[in-house]
Design a protein around this ligand. Structure first.
Ligand code: CA
Length: 358
């Protein structure tokens, strides 16, 4: 119902704008989109497909999006460069993949101990997040928009139980991004390995632990067959994917098609969050039934305390290195503080109540 009302509002908005831009109304556009994901990648790839379908329907065929998956363009982590250069008009990826090129892009995916999906969407759309993201991407000739959320990611699969900080020393774990740096601070050897090699790496003890996403996507890779301990998350509480649009391409689109794009990207993002919830719940039910060896674990407090401290230290370092990073971190922290105070008396209070009566 919610999606339908958003769409019909968009159609009305489009009808109004359409009348005032007759000269451009006949033009048709085809945008080429490069996604980081392989062909038919579940959930993430469904998001770009939904976006393309909605754009075409809402524009009555005037705007089409052709999607190239990683097998076609061969550069899963080259999406930033390809869209920036205009080789592709659009991209679908994750902002934290570009931290080696533009460190300030890191903050727009998800931060350890940061906002949950509801809080982070509120920050993007109502709390200044979009404006900060544009400030980071504009010098690179691109616009960036939220592109779908996984919700809280699981903390990873471990072959041995982790009971203390001692157990983490020298542990080899696939964990990318800022969370990998936090883990490194508390003694872990973080590595990043391509998704296709993760199962073998864990099976052959090249790594001792692996984090990927959550039950739906993890189940496909088969970790539940070789690891018994599935830890709850702290490191990516609201992983947001990203649509990138080349700015010159965007500027050429008439206002009504720009608005259709905005609405379709926002709807596709919301859809991915609810699709993730659905698919994860389904996959978790499956794992519980088929793999009774799998136990859900939470890191002990001493580990969380050490990681929380390490996270704050790394944020301070990042803020000292770049004024823009400092501005984003301050905005996120202030927003989190205000938003969480409300989450605590609403969502958290409700879940606590339920835990007591269940
Ligand atoms: Ca992850």
């Amino acid at each position: 119902m919610k999606i339908r009302s958003v769409l019909s509002a968009a159609v009305l908005a489009v009808a109004t704008t359409f009348a005032s831009s007759q000269a451009l109304a006949q033009d048709t556009f085809t945008l080429r989109l490069a996604e980081t994901w392989g062909p038919n990648f579940p959930i993430f790839g469904d998001t770009t497909k939904r976006f393309a379908e909605n754009v075409e329907k809402m524009s009555d065929g005037r705007l089409k999006v052709r999607i190239d998956s990683a097998n076609k363009h061969k550069a899963p982590l080259g999406v930033f460069d390809m869209v920036k250069a205009g080789q592709y008009d659009m991209g679908h990826s994750a902002s934290y993949y570009w931290k080696g090129k533009v460190p300030e892009t890191l903050f727009f995916t998800s931060m350890p101990f940061g906002m949950n999906a509801m809080e982070q969407y509120a920050w993007f759309y109502h709390g200044g997040g979009m404006e900060l993201m544009q400030e980071v991407y504009e010098p690179h000739n691109m616009l960036s928009f939220p592109g779908g959320n996984t919700g809280v990611q699981m903390g990873g699969w471990f072959r041995e139980e982790i009971n203390s900080l001692e157990d983490l020393q020298g542990l080899k774990m696939r964990i990318p991004g800022f969370a990998g740096e936090v883990f490194a601070e508390v003694g872990v050897n973080p590595t990043n390995i391509a998704p296709g090699e993760l199962y073998t790496a864990l099976e052959r003890n090249t790594i001792d632990a692996v984090e990927w996403v959550g039950p739906a996507l993890d189940l496909r890779l088969g970790f539940q067959q070789i690891a018994d301990y599935y830890y709850t998350g702290w490191h990516e509480p609201a992983t947001e994917l990203q649509f990138l649009v080349n700015k010159r391409v965007w500027d050429k689109l008439p206002a009504d098609l720009q608005e259709i794009m905005r609405v379709a990207m926002r709807t596709a993002s919301y859809d991915m969050l609810v699709h993730s919830q659905h698919a994860n719940a389904e996959a978790w039910a499956n794992i519980r039934k088929e793999y009774p060896n799998v136990q859900i674990k939470q890191f002990p407090d001493e580990i969380f305390d050490a990681m929380y401290e390490a996270n704050n230290k790394l944020l301070k370092e990042a803020a000292a290195e770049s004024d823009m990073a400092a501005k984003i971190i301050e905005s996120q922290q202030n927003y989190l503080e205000q938003s969480r105070a409300y989450t605590n008396i609403s969502e958290r209070a409700y879940l606590n109540t339920m835990a007591e009566v269940e």
